[in-house]
Design a protein around this ligand. Structure first.
Ligand SMILES: *Cc1c(COP(=O)(O)O)cnc(C)c1O
Length: 490
């Protein structure tokens, strides 16, 4: 075939007409800015209607639909039915709200389409810069290692794999058969379920995750932990790791991390701290006491997408011993070794520090947002959320129909409607009904947990858009709906 003939048939995914896409792109930007600017005016929750759900039962596209049509489909059927963690009254689970500048940063990263794994390119150095800043934020030594990951779940499992390697270097090649007696790991009964999942996935087995009891403030009982380690050792088990919580998911409890660090040192165990959101107040001098010892951990996980308000997804793991970190994940293969010069040169490959080979450019949005806002802005916003949690707790205590169900050491508030003379079972059922109506009416979106068999409405405040008045509204509406619910059959 002649070269000219071949050329006319060549296809690409780039537009034939850049100006049309350019115009659509600007419309998208306008739409999204408007969407973010007006989020407060919309309900926090809108149930996707049947016709919208049906729009996700389309046949696999065989022929092109055209960019504008695709965008219209998104605009009509996806955008309006967001999980809506961008709303000022979203306090469900623990979710951050992102920001408009973060959205733009994601666009830049996606445009570059950078694969941040290895090679001599600036995205590698941007991630290294973010990791160095992370160490500084958390009081880790500059020699520590680290990696950005999709979330604290993956950050936790990455740390556990290094902890397992620390326990016994032979596990990497021989598997857990290399260990005499089961490896055991310790964390409070309030430890996040993703840690237990990780323990299952890396072959330790959740039966070997020892759930240590907590005190009235939901903090780990260090003496009980010590007894459990001693007993397990005597029984032929191999204790290898303690998991400390900097901010439990249920109530925001912070374990006595300095005591855990001392205990880990005494028994030569790895100390991992899950600080998904609760490590972030390490930035505040007033938390130096409560978070004392965080900087002594062998590894630490925290999310940027929760209490640093970075757009999803973005989390970080820090590992004190860079050599162990590298050893746990490196396997030399011919097609990935670094060269002295050219594109294949560059800094240490990130794929040697975790499970992922291909990795997106999460670092860019973190880098841009930290620079845009500076730590002083984050300190203000984190303090604002902490004050809002205290304010909400006060409002709850001022209203006799409401009951605060746990202390509020951080940014999580657990409470329920309880006007008295109701059975425990009815209270649980009624508060669940109350929460569902609160969502359905689009008013506010706290979520729930169960504390000492009590169903709790739970507000986790990692929201930079919330105002103090939003919590007044929450309390008033919970009382209104609570009356409605408990005065009716439900
Ligand atoms: C959210 C959370 C996790 C999991 O983090 P993801 O970013 O959702 O993967 C782990 N631990 C705690 C305490 C959390 O709050």
């Amino acid at each position: 075939m002649k070269k000219e003939a071949l050329l006319t048939e060549e296809k690409t995914l780039d537009p034939q007409d850049w100006s049309t896409l350019n115009e659509l792109g600007h419309r998208m930007l306008d739409d999204l800015f408007y969407y973010l600017e007006t989020t407060r005016q919309r309900p926090v929750y809108t149930k996707p209607p049947a016709n919208v759900l049906a729009s996700m039962n389309q046949p696999l596209p065989e022929t092109p639909e055209g960019t504008t049509a695709v965008y219209e489909d998104f605009f009509a059927n996806v955008l309006p039915y967001n999980i809506n963690n961008i709303h000022p009254r979203f306090w469900a689970w623990v979710q951050g709200g992102g920001s408009p500048f973060g959205m733009l940063a994601d666009m830049l990263a996606s445009g570059m389409n950078a694969n941040v794994s290895l090679g001599d390119s600036m995205p590698m150095y941007v991630e290294k810069q973010v990791l160095n800043w992370s160490k500084e934020m958390m009081g880790f030594p500059s020699t520590a290692s680290g990696l950005l990951l999709s979330g604290a779940s993956l950050a936790n499992i990455t740390a556990l794999i290094v902890a397992r390697h620390h326990a016994n270097h032979e596990i990497k090649t021989k598997g857990l058969q290399a260990v005499q007696g089961p490896l055991t790991i310790y964390g409070s009964s309030e430890t996040h379920n993703c840690v237990v999942k990780g323990v299952e996935v890396i072959g330790i087995g959740s039966d070997n995750f020892r759930k240590v009891p907590v005190d009235a403030d939901y903090r780990i009982d260090v003496e009980a932990l010590r007894r459990m380690i001693v007993e397990d050792r005597a029984a032929g088990c191999q204790p290898f790791c303690i998991v400390g919580n900097a901010g439990t998911v249920n109530t925001g409890a912070i374990d006595p991390l300095d005591e855990l660090a001392a205990l880990a040192k005494e028994f030569n165990l790895w100390l991992h701290v899950d600080g998904a959101f609760g490590a972030i107040p390490k930035l505040l001098p007033e938390f130096a006491g409560a978070l004392n010892g965080l900087e002594l951990a062998d590894s630490l996980s925290f999310d940027f997408h929760k209490w640093m308000y970075v757009n999803y997804e973005a989390a970080c793991v820090l590992i004190r011993d860079p050599q162990l970190h590298r050893e746990a994940f490196t396997s030399a293969v011919n097609y990935l070794t670094l060269h002295e010069r050219g594109l294949s040169a560059g800094p240490e490959a990130f794929n040697n520090l975790g499970m992922e080979l291909s990795r997106g450019f999460k670092a860019l949005k973190i880098w841009m947002l930290l620079k845009q806002n500076g730590l002083e802005t984050y300190r203000t916003l984190i303090r604002q959320n902490l004050q809002q949690a205290q304010y909400l707790a006060e409002l709850i205590q001022q209203h006799p129909e409401l009951e605060l169900l746990a202390p509020v050491p951080l940014n999580i508030v657990c409470f329920r409607y309880n006007a008295g003379n109701c059975s425990a079972e009815k209270l649980n059922k009624g508060n669940k009904e109350l929460l569902m109506r609160l969502h359905e009416q689009g008013i506010a979106a706290p979520s729930y947990t169960v504390l000492n068999d009590k169903y709790a409405i739970r507000a986790a405040i990692t929201n930079h858009r919330s105002k103090f008045s939003d919590f007044e509204l929450l309390v008033n509406e919970v009382i209104r709906i609570g009356k409605e619910v408990f005065n009716s059959k439900f």
